[in-house]
Ligand binder design. Structure first.
Ligand code: GDP
Length: 373
């Protein structure tokens, strides 16, 4: 203390006659260096702000609203649900296209090129993703901006990686809700990308109008390598990398796929899935692929299948959401968790059958619900 006083006196600034630059003493907080700089903290937007911003096509507000959808915080979810409800009347007016293929099939390369093709025809494009691996890796491998270099520079393209938290059902629901907001914001083409390796195709299939399966030729076991279920869902199968030495093999693979498709039962739309070859990297045959997709949309709109499928999907998502929430309500209760652990032990030790154990846990849960009331 004494030292400070001494220094103050010794310092020329403290001389009352001193005319030079002075260091202010006693300033507890930093003065604002640039008062015009925007503060990092955003103003909390109201539901009306979100809806207005989205309807005006404001990308930043759309992005923030999607973040709310992805948030697990209850307060965020409440706002998100209101925003979705209000956007719903403005949604639906788009072509929803699912794109799947194993890692390395060329999805991101193709989406980059397909996306530009779509944008050249006018309108706007949103690229969303459902990535089953993101739950484990805590990060998304799909929909990453760096994977779609050309598209990410386009003003009319909105690219959003897969939501990363929660079960596949939860992730898929969030993507479906994001579709609603994107449509309300004027995105009239929606791509939903997924890795063709598991359950996620079924989720994507249940939210799109057209399902495109990207395949590769030349592995010799084209038909064995993919699950029959995924082929049955496809409205179009496209063999990528039909370039250079690979053209003949791609054509051969296309023939094999066509033959295999003949053995499948007719699709519910009665549309016959087509098989085409193209090269995403060299941009060959892109027109043909989009001509097929255009024809599909013309066909299903004429037959009324487009509307029917969307209605079925709406019902499906209602039931899915109920299922998901019921399950979460059940499994997240600590007392249910504890009892489940006990019962598991008993079942494993052959002290109780699976069925009576399940019944005991359910009875306990329903009893608890009654006493909650
Ligand atoms: P994804 O994992 O399905 O998204 O596949 P990518 O788009 O990342 O592509 C995987 C690899 O295949 C990359 O090295 C691409 O450059 C390459 N690739 C993609 N499309 C083509 C194509 O049409 N022809 C050739 N020869 N290579 C391609």
């Amino acid at each position: 203390m004494e030292h400070t006083t001494e220094t103050q006196y010794q310092h020329p600034e403290n001389d009352t006659q001193y005319k030079g630059l002075q260091v202010n003493s006693g300033v507890t907080s930093q003065p604002i260096v640039n008062p015009y700089r925007r503060t990092a903290r955003r103003r909390q937007l109201s539901v009306a702000d979100y809806v207005e911003g989205i309807l005006k096509g404001n990308v930043s507000i759309l992005g923030q609203a999607v973040t709310l959808i992805e948030s697990t915080a209850e307060a965020h979810q409440a706002i998100a649900q209101e925003v979705i409800e209000k956007c719903l009347p403005y949604s639906g007016n788009s072509r929803r296209i699912g794109i799947t293929g194993v890692p390395g099939a060329g999805k991101s390369t193709s989406i980059d090129v397909f996306g530009l093709h779509v944008l050249r025809q006018g309108g706007k494009l949103a690229v969303l993703a459902i990535d089953p691996s993101s739950e484990r890796t805590q990060g998304s491998i799909l929909g990453d901006k760096t994977r779609m270099e050309k598209l990410s520079q386009e003003r009319d393209a909105f690219i959003r990686p897969s939501p990363s938290a929660g079960s596949l059902g939860g992730v898929a629901r969030k993507t479906r809700e994001t579709i609603v907001l994107c449509e309300a914001a004027g995105y009239d083409n929606i791509f939903v990308e997924t890795v063709g390796v598991g359950q996620s195709e079924t989720a994507v299939h249940s939210m799109v109008d057209f399902f495109l399966l990207i395949q590769l030729a030349g592995t010799g076991d084209e038909l064995q390598g993919i699950k029959r279920g995924i082929m049955e869902m496809a409205d179009g199968i496209v063999i990528n990398k039909a370039d250079g030495d690979n053209i003949d093999r791609a054509n051969l693979a296309a023939g094999q796929f066509r033959n295999a498709l003949h053995l499948f039962p007719p699709t519910p739309s009665k549309w016959r899935p087509e098989v085409l070859t193209y090269s995403g990297y060299y941009e060959l045959g892109i027109d043909k692929v989009w001509d097929m997709i255009d024809r599909y949309f013309a066909y299903v709109k004429e037959t009324g299948y487009f509307e029917r499928k969307r209605n079925e999907q709406a019902k499906y998502w209602m039931i899915e959401t109920i299922d998901e929430q019921l399950r979460a309500h059940f499994y997240q209760r600590p007392e249910v968790k504890a009892l489940l652990e006990q019962k598991e032990m008993r079942v494993l030790n052959n002290e109780q059958s699976s069925f009576t154990a399940a019944k005991d846990v359910l009875d306990f849960y329903f009893e608890r619900l009654r006493s909650d009331r």
